[in-house]
Design a protein around this ligand. Sequence first.
Ligand SMILES: [Zn+2]
Ligand SMILES: [Zn+2]
Length: 306
Amino acid sequence: MNSTDILHSQVVPPQDSYWVQVEEISKAHVSLNYAEQLWLAWYTYMQNDVLATGIMSFVMHEAIYFGRSLPWIIIDLIPYFRRWKIQANKIPTAKEQWQCAALVFLSHFTVELPQIWLFHPTAQYWGLSTTVPFPSVLKMAYQICIFFVMEDAWHYWSHRAMHWGPLYKYIHKIHHQYSAPFGLAAEYASPIEVMCLGIGTVGSPILWCAITKDLHILTMYVWIVFRLFQAIDAHSGYEFPWSLHHFLPFWAGAEHHDEHHERFIGNYASSFRWWDYVMDTESGPEASKRRRERKIAKQRAMKKVQ
Ligand SMILES: [Zn+2]
Ligand SMILES: [Zn+2]
């Protein structure tokens, strides 16, 4: 019996309807905030933590993925926004968007659903907390920042590896079907790729928890929501004057990843620009110019020595 079960059985018995459960929980746990009451009611009502987490994860993933992609689909339909489209001549057609959404949805059911189901036992094995009260916002924020840095490092190296001949040909090529990406295309990829890159998203918090023994499953959810936003926005195809990387110069954003899809080389990282900068794999005309200038300067220096 885990801690959540103890909490369930000791206080409020399971009810027939979720909303009755919420009512009972709110009477018994006045000190909890509304979100915490909803959370506890869900686990109490379900009486099966694996199923409760599995359903919640899957519904959340679908709602966020398609919910976040929807504004980008609408933006693609409005000509006014073309001025900020990075590859302005490549607007995805309705057919392309539809085909992409259908494949992503199918892969969520076949590939990601079993993984999401396995998530709770794995999380519990490594000691993730599912109880209430929730951790503080400050703690969630700093842990999420750490996950962004960890995932970005994993993403850089595994994505770079996927551009190696055979891996590209058999795995990563699918993701590069769209040379001008759009929001929905973020998870348009081979199941092997989804699994491999997913290790960075799910594995980073699990590794953190294995080391520190201090992680709440809600923090993990919020992290995954941010990570989905990051991936979808990076594929949006739009660069606005108010895009995040204008304020945070090391943030990658759509400009960074669009270049990767257009040129098929360089800009391998997901959230930040530092790995591509340090490893000299930046993509685009400016980076090529810098590289050329460096080469010329080196040749000149060599001549001087001779
Ligand atoms: Zn790639
Ligand atoms: Zn991509």
